[in-house]
Design a protein around this ligand. Structure first.
Ligand SMILES: *Cc1c(COP(=O)(O)O)cnc(C)c1O
Length: 377
């Protein structure tokens, strides 16, 4: 099976993990955790980074720190991976789902701005939903597939309506808007090291921020909020959301290869675009001129999506449909969905991701492209 986006363990992973095991530093503290955090902050251009057990737990801790309450709303895009919405639900809050832009597949800024203008009001510099009176403290843009929207416009809108920006930048390690790294725009940003992401620790996550207080609090809350170095005194309801040293050791080895992985992803998308653009009605995700995406998961757009999925998977070339829009899932079907012609469904019905592991060969990509072309012959 040719994997969609599998791990590439081509560096010092084994060496560093072996070191953890031979020294006994396998668990919750250790030099690799610190090093992984430092390397990530440096790469993302933020002052601080705090490692977590997953991208989902990173998002959850951020929402806890922002004091999101069960009576609140949090704004999220309608097309995202489920983890974004789960993290909102863990706090008891409800999502407001914003429709997807048909070209770049990010949260649609026109839809967002119309909603905020017509359906919210400001009280004491806080955003409230007029109809329900519920507070809207936070917006979570998701950099879908490592692409980004017009961030200047999003940040200006967030500021105008007093929304705190928490970036779900879990897919966007190595993505930039005007040379600034994803995750460094909001008060808080997040990364994921799940097995299919650009780099992986098996499973893991990271919170990035320039705010020292939030960074310290994130470390504290993810390590059971223990407040005394010796005695078991705790000063809050904490979480066991820390990343273990063995996983961080893999993370350090992966970070050493990150630049190479990003260049390979760019070669992969260039290869596929060269082979497939304008074959039948195939299109690729639109990219704003100010965005330099990591091209984590090359995804094509075609009316013959189901046929392409079938032929590729029949030939053991793993390809996947896009995520089901959140408003179509049972748990979120009664939540607020602010739409423009249900573009999310349109994007969902047309898109599929194709094999793009960083260690895929050009021959393998050519095989994928040729299979796709067969559908249109
Ligand atoms: C991967 C991902 C996450 C976090 O996932 P984990 O598997 O918990 O690390 C969150 N949001 C999006 C959009 C993702 O793709």
């Amino acid at each position: 099976m040719l994997l969609l986006s599998g791990p590439n363990m081509g560096g010092n992973e084994l060496k560093y993990v072996t070191e953890c095991i031979t020294t006994g530093w396998v668990s919750s503290v250790g030099a690799y955790v610190d090093q992984f955090e430092k390397m990530t902050a440096e790469f993302a251009g933020t002052k601080y980074a705090v490692a977590t057990s997953s991208g989902t737990t990173a998002l959850h801790i951020c929402l806890v720190m922002l004091d999101v309450k069960p009576s609140d709303y949090v704004i999220v895009p309608n097309i995202t991976f489920i983890a974004t919405l789960n993290s909102v639900k863990y706090t008891g809050a409800s999502p407001i789902l914003i429709d997807t832009h048909a070209g770049n597949w990010q949260l649609d800024l026109d839809v967002l701005e119309t909603f905020l203008e017509n359906e919210t009001e400001q009280r004491n510099n806080t955003c409230f939903h007029k109809l329900t009176g519920r507070r809207i403290p936070v917006i979570m843009p998701v950099h879908v597939l490592g692409n980004m929207c017009d961030m200047d416009r999003l940040l200006a809108t967030a500021q105008k309506y007093n929304l705190i920006v928490l970036e779900d930048s879990t897919e966007a390690l190595g993505s930039y808007y005007k040379d600034k790294h994803a995750g460094s725009f909001g008060l808080l940003g997040t990364f994921s090291y799940n097995g299919n992401k650009l780099i992986t620790t098996g499973g893991g996550g990271m919170i990035v921020t320039d705010d020292e207080g939030l960074a310290k609090r994130a470390k504290h809350l993810t390590t059971q909020a223990k407040s005394d170095p010796f005695e078991y005194k705790h000063d809050a309801i904490g979480y066991n959301y820390r990343l273990v040293n063995v996983a961080a050791a893999i993370g350090v080895a992966q970070m050493e290869q990150l630049k190479g992985f990003i260049s390979r992803k760019k070669e992969i998308i260039a290869f596929y675009k060269n082979e497939l653009e304008n074959v039948g009605d195939i299109k690729f995700q639109e990219v704003n001129a100010d965005v330099n995406p990591n091209w984590w998961l090359p995804t094509i757009f075609t009316s013959r999506q189901r046929e392409v999925l079938k032929i590729l998977n029949d030939h053991k070339m793993q390809s996947r449909p896009f995520w089901v829009p959140m408003n179509q899932l049972e748990m979120f079907k009664d939540d607020l969905y602010i739409q423009n012609d249900n573009r999310s469904d349109f994007v969902y019905q047309h898109s599929l991701s194709i094999p793009c592991s960083t260690n895929i060969s050009d021959m393998e990509m050519l095989g994928v492209a040729n299979k796709i072309k067969e559908v249109f012959q």
